[in-house]
Write a protein that binds this ligand. Sequence first.
Ligand code: SF4
Length: 277
Amino acid sequence: MKIELAENYGFCFGVKRAIKIAEENKNSATYGPLIHNSKEISRLEKDFKVGLIEDYKTFKSGDKAVIRTHGIPKNELAELYTNNIDVVDATCPYVTKPQQICQDMSEAGYNIIIFGDEVHPEIKGVKSYATHGAIVVSSPKDLENVKLGEKIALVAQTTRKVEDYMEVANYLIPRCKEVRVFNTICNATFENQEAIRKISAKADIMIVIGGKNSSNTKQLFSISKDNCFDSYHIEDENDLDYAWFKDKSFCGISAGASTPDWIIKNVLDSIKKNVNE
Ligand code: SF4
């Protein structure tokens, strides 16, 4: 069986940056998971004494708090500073961008619409910057009963599919006087998405590696599944079932933006060992 990695996969710029920041700040704690990958979080804890705190109110004066790649709500960040916490901000600059747009455009009188997942930490953070509130939608359907203002600013969760974002923009444009559409979908996601689209079109089995709660891995998996019926989302080599590979001739592999190289290597080695030998 031929095994091939997608042209682009795995760690993105923002995650590499956040992990480097965490490694440089030993004896600290991240507020919420730094990235959506529990295995990498355990490694940081074990090798760098970077812990995990789920409630920002438990940080005490003088503690060091590393802010995760997805960012946090504006009021919580302000509170950490007020409480004398040593804040090390590892928010990805591609996430800071929609936060800033929400703030600037609300102040300029635009109604903010965010295309994304309301309960995702990134969106909770981004929404908090909209001074006068924001509507979060996951498809144009969510807008059907909404009374739209005249001036709309639209931003997207960084990991969303461009095609889906365009559907929301297309719904709004004929219905509002002014729609400012900001392309806040990040390139890393886009490159990984393009690459998986390509490889899944020719593979007869696809393995997509990433945390089960990783939004961008789920997006990759959904693109893969559209092209290749036998697509599997796994967290690491322990989730592999070698029966999947029976009679397959081309296995494509991709990984989400928060999947470390060491996990990808373990998966590759296990497939090579158990299927190709
Ligand atoms: S996927 Fe993009 S936005 Fe998210 S952390 Fe990576 S570089 Fe930043």
